[in-house]
Design a protein around this ligand. Structure first.
Ligand code: ATP
Ligand code: MG
Ligand code: ZN
Length: 499
C-alpha cells in the first residue's frame, strides 16, 4: 500500500492554511503586509504544531516577488525554490544534530554577505535550545547587530532553556497544542482530498491519540492508510497502531471496580491469549484512568485521549465509583508496573498481579495518610489495611531482609510475597499470612518454584532449613487477626506488639 507522507504534502503553504495559532499568524501576517518583519523571532511550543511551517511561510513572504495581502504567492521562482528546498538564502540549521558549533561559526562569517538569490536571507534554527554555550554566544553577537536583510527564526520545544539574553533580542511567539476539533477537521479534509472513507470513531481515535500535535495525527493516518487502504474503521486504527480497544479496557476496569477478581483474570487471559502485549495493556489502562480522572474533574469538557463515544456511557457510570485520590494511587501503581514488566521474566504473572493489586486498591477504604497512621502502619497493630506501596515497606527488619533476598532472586515472586506478612517462625517453620483478597498471591506462593525461592532465601539468612506455611486470614480486622493468630501460634511472649 502506498505511503502518502501526508504531513509533508499537507505542510501549510500560506498563513491562511495554518490550523490554529491565530494570534501568532495574524500578527506576523500584518507585519508582512506593512513591511515590518522583525530581525529575529523565537517560536516555542510543542512538537508538530506549526513552528517550522510558519518559519517557512515567513521565508517565502520575505522573498516573494508577488505578495498578496501579506501572503506569499507560492508561484514566483523564489516561493517555488523555497518550497522545493532549493533556495540558497533560506538556511536551515538543526541545532540538535551537532549542537551547532560549526554552523554558528560559519553563520557569523557568512551572515554579512548579501543574499545571493533573493531579497532576504532567512536562518531557521531548529531545536535552538540544543546549542552549546559557545554557539549561543556566537549567535548572540549576531543578534546584537543584526545585518540588514537577514531574519533569524529560532524554534524550540523547550523555551525555558533559551538564555534570557537571546530571548530578549527576539520577538517571541508561543505555539499551542491544537484542539481536538482542529485536528479532527484537518484529518477530515485530508481524508476527503485523498478519497478516504474513515469511520467516525476511527477519526476520533486518531485525533485523540495525537494529543494536540498535527504532525502525529497525520502520521497516524498515513500509517493506517498504508496498512489498510482508503476504507478505515476503528478496528483498523487499533490494529495498525497495536492499540487495545477502549471498550475492552472499560470492561476490564468494570471488573476492577467491582473487585471481581475471577472475571478480571479471565479477561486478562483472553487478552493475553489474543496476543496483546502486557505492557501495552497497562499503558492503555494508564491512559484510560487518566481519562476517567479528567472526566471526573472536568466533565464533558475534558479532552479524552483513549475513550471514544463507544465507552462514554461506561465512563459516566464509573465516575461515581471512584475518587481522584484512589485514581492517583492507581496511576502510580500502573506506571510502576510498566517498569516491573520490563524486567519481569514472567510478564503474564506480573500483569495479573498488577491488576489484582489495582482491584484491591479500589476495594480498600480510602486511607488518608497522616503522620500518625503512617507510624501505626509500621507496627503490627496497624488498624488500616493499607493497600498502597507503603505497605510493602515491611515493618519488621527480618521480613524486609527476606523480601529483599527474594527480590534479588526473582521479582515476580517478590511481588507475590510482599502482599503477605511474616507472622513468625516457630519450630523451623515460617508462617506467612495473607488476607482473603489475596488468594491468588497465596496460591501462587504455594507453588513449588516460588516456595523454593523463599526457602532458599530463608536458608541463606538463617543457616538452617526452614519450611514455609501460608495461612489465610480473614478480611475484617486484618491486623488484629494477624496479632491474634500470631499469639495463638507463638504465645504472647514471642509476638511483640509495638505501638
Ligand atoms: N498549525 C498547523 N497547521 C497546519 N498543519 C500543521 C500545523 N502544525 C503541524 N502541521 C502539520 O505537521 C507537519 C509538521 O509541522 P511543523 O514542522 O510545522 O511542526 P513543528 O512545530 O516545527 O514541530 P517540531 O517541534 O517537531 O519541529 C506540517 O508539515 C503539517 O503537515
Ligand atoms: Mg520544526
Ligand atoms: Zn511568491
Amino acid at each position: 500500500m502506498a505511503y502518502l507522507a501526508l504531513y509533508r504534502a499537507w505542510r501549510p503553504q500560506g498563513f491562511s492554511e495554518v490550523v490554529g495559532q491565530e494570534q501568532t499568524v495574524t500578527a506576523i501576517r500584518n507585519a508582512v503586509r506593512t513591511g515590518r518583519l522583525a530581525h529575529a523571532y523565537l517560536f516555542s511550543g510543542p512538537r508538530g504544531t506549526g513552528k517550522t511551517s510558519v518559519a517557512k511561510i515567513i521565508s517565502k513572504a520575505a522573498n516573494c516577488e508577488d505578495l498578496r495581502d501579506g501572503e506569499p504567492c507560492n508561484q514566483c521562482s523564489s516561493c517555488q525554490d523555497i518550497n522545493n528546498g532549493n533556495f540558497m538564502d533560506v538556511i536551515e540549521i538543526d541545532a540538535a544534530s551537532n549542537r551547532g558549533i560549526d554552523e554558528i561559526r560559519d553563520l557569523r562569517e557568512k551572515v554579512r554577505i548579501l543574499p545571493a538569490q533573493g531579497k532576504c536571507k532567512v536562518y531557521i534554527i531548529d531545536e535552538v535550545h540544543m546549542l552549546t554555550n559557545e554557539a549561543f554566544n556566537a549567535l548572540l553577537k549576531t543578534l546584537e547587530e543584526p545585518p540588514d536583510s537577514v531574519i533569524f527564526i529560532l524554534a524550540t520545544t523547550e523555551s525555558n532553556k533559551i538564555p534570557a539574553t537571546i530571548r530578549s533580542r527576539c520577538q517571541s511567539y508561543q505555539f499551542r497544542l491544537l484542539t481536538l476539533p482542529e485536528i479532527t477537521q484537518r484529518l477530515q479534509e485530508v481524508a476527503a482530498v485523498n478519497e478516504m472513507n474513515i469511520e467516525e470513531s476511527a477519526l476520533q481515535l486518531m485525533a485523540r491519540r495525537a494529543q494536540g500535535g498535527l504532525r502525529d495525527a497525520l502520521g497516524t493516518l498515513d500509517q493506517v492508510y498504508s496498512y489498510k487502504g482508503p476504507n478505515i474503521t476503528k478496528q483498523d486504527v487499533l490494529e495498525a497502531l497495536g492499540l487495545v480497544d477502549d471498550v475492552f479496557i472499560a470492561e476490564l476496569m468494570d471488573k476492577v471496580f467491582a473487585n471481581d477478581t475471577t472475571g478480571l483474570l479471565s479477561l486478562l487471559a483472553t487478552a493475553v491469549g489474543q496476543g496483546k502485549e502486557p505492557e501495552q495493556l497497562v499503558r492503555e489502562t494508564v491512559q484510560y484512568l487518566r481519562d476517567l480522572m479528567f472526566y471526573i474533574t472536568m466533565g464533558h469538557t475534558a479532552e479524552l485521549t483513549v475513550v471514544t463515544n463507544d465507552t462514554l456511557s461506561l465512563l459516566e457510570k464509573q465516575r461515581n465509583l471512584v475518587n481522584t485520590d484512589k485514581l492517583l494511587q492507581a496511576l502510580r501503581l500502573m506506571t510502576d508496573s510498566i517498569q516491573k514488566l520490563r524486567f519481569s521474566e514472567s510478564q503474564r504473572l506480573t500483569l495479573e498481579i498488577t491488576f489484582l493489586e489495582l482491584a484491591a486498591l479500589f476495594a480498600a477504604p480510602t486511607v488518608v495518610v497522616t503522620e500518625k497512621t503512617e507510624k501505626k502502619r509500621e507496627t503490627v497493630t496497624q488498624t488500616q489495611p493499607a493497600q498502597n506501596k507503603a505497605q510493602s515497606k515491611a515493618p519488621d527488619p527480618l521480613w524486609a531482609k527476606i523480601l529483599a533476598g527474594v527480590k534479588e532472586v526473582k521479582v515476580p515472586t517478590h511481588a507475590l510475597l510482599s502482599q503477605g506478612k511474616l507472622l513468625g517462625i516457630k519450630d523451623d517453620t515460617a508462617y506467612i499470612g495473607y488476607r482473603k483478597g489475596y488468594k491468588f498471591h497465596k496460591e501462587r506462593m504455594e507453588e513449588k518454584a516460588n516456595r523454593e525461592i523463599l526457602e532458599g532465601v530463608l536458608k541463606e539468612l538463617s543457616g538452617r532449613t526452614i519450611e514455609v506455611q501460608f495461612i489465610f486470614l480473614d478480611d475484617d480486622q486484618y491486623n488484629d487477626i494477624i496479632v491474634k493468630k500470631a499469639i495463638e501460634l507463638f504465645g504472647p511472649e514471642i509476638v511483640e506488639i509495638k505501638d
